[in-house]
Ligand binder design. Structure first.
Ligand code: SF4
Length: 370
């Protein structure tokens, strides 16, 4: 691994497809996906947590702009991958949100390929129904229906893919999608996250670090959900949903067909049922976190890694990420020792951090927690 070379690491930020969240980034009010089998899990394509952007585009001047980044981008919640992208280069993540037009086309192509591979894997364990959605409440209803259909599969020891997770981490509402959950021969509940790589090489430390943070956040969210620490009221409040909003006839129809007719009328009813089933399910917290790497083109396995979990460290790192979103500090670019990341960045031409010499020129910035 260590000998895989810097060239690989330099391109790792986007040659290494993150996860099933890429399947989940479509605009709300379009369509959502649900497992067509009650015995197997489904996916929900989701709401990016973003309202329409402000007219005239985002303001960038720190000290002049009184809005926090969350307010400026009109975000109500973040994706887990937003935080993990911050781990790679926070400034790059900010540019990707504010200047998406500068992104190299090959990045989108690689991400599309990775998303297709995740979709193919999902189809291995269940069929997918695409359901038209009219409102954000419809979109979240499909997420909840996916959870409701997956609970019994997991209870009976089955394997599920694309499990939606969400909840509060350090006062920020996060949303994600767990790639796979299954039980090991020893009966441990294992989260498995597949990473597909454009090069047939394992990633080096910086990329793996980002991947580890991602699965740790998923465990944090999943565990909170099964412990009953995530509530319908919290979901409604953070995402600003309307619990009394009647679900569309199409979503109500799906709820009835999947056996949840008693809660098919409104999002509030469905949320109450989903959280009740989750907390009464006796599902355990996640015991093991595993990352698996495979080559995109050949599908060849490249290696696997078990990831340790320490809640205090995960929260400290999440807190540091959240501080940017709440406007408590400026965005950071890469540290000097990771300046090689800039060589393949799409934003080198516009990046002030890089022009000033990175962390050297920003000596007042605190180091990010590891
Ligand atoms: Fe980050 Fe470097 Fe890109 Fe700037 S040029 S956004 S510091 S990777």
């Amino acid at each position: 691994m260590a000998g895989a070379g810097r060239e690989q690491e330099e391109t790792a930020d986007y040659s290494d497809i993150s996860d099933s969240e890429f399947l989940d980034l479509e605009e709300p009010g379009d369509s959502e996906q649900l497992s067509s089998s009650q015995s197997r899990p489904g996916t929900s394509k989701g709401n990016p947590g973003q309202e329409a952007g402000p007219p005239g585009g985002p303001k960038r001047k720190w000290g002049v702009d009184v809005q926090t980044p969350l307010e400026r981008l009109r975000l109500r919640y973040l994706w887990v991958t937003d935080l993990t992208s911050q781990s790679w280069c926070e400034q790059q993540m900010v540019f990707s949100k504010e200047l998406p037009g500068l992104q190299a086309p090959e990045r989108a192509a690689v991400m599309d390929l990775g998303a297709s591979l995740h979709l193919a894997r999902e189809l291995e364990v269940h069929d997918i129904m695409t359901i038209p959605t009219a409102t954000e409440e419809d979109s979240w209803a499909i997420k909840l229906l996916n959870i409701l259909t997956m609970i019994p599969v997991l209870q009976s020891g089955g394997r599920i893919r694309e499990f939606p997770v969400f909840g509060e981490v350090e006062d920020m509402f996060l949303v994600g999608v767990i790639d796979e959950l299954h039980y090991t021969p020893k009966g441990e509940l294992e989260l498995m996250e597949l990473k597909t790589r454009s090069r047939p090489l394992l990633p080096l430390a910086a990329q793996k670090d980002k991947d580890c943070f991602q699965v740790r956040l998923y465990k944090y969210l999943f565990d909170a959900m099964v412990r009953g620490q995530v509530t319908p009221a919290g979901l409604v409040r953070h995402v600003q949903l309307r619990p009394e909003q009647p679900l569309s006839p199409q979503v109500q129809d799906v709820a009835q067909k999947t056996g949840f007719a008693e809660a098919a009328a409104t999002l509030g009813e469905l949320a109450e049922l989903a959280f009740l089933r989750l907390t009464l399910s006796d599902l355990p917290c996640i015991d093991r976190l595993q990352l698996k790497y495979s080559h995109q083109e050949s599908g060849a396995a490249l290696g696997a890694e078990l990831v340790a979990f320490e809640e205090r460290q995960v929260r400290a790192r999440a807190r540091d990420c959240v501080a940017y979103w709440k406007g408590q500090r400026e965005p950071r670019g890469v540290d000097v020792e990771e300046a090689w990341k800039c060589r393949t960045c799409d934003y080198t031409e516009v990046c002030e951090w890089r022009r000033r010499g990175g962390a050297v020129g920003q000596g007042h910035q605190a180091k990010k927690p590891k």
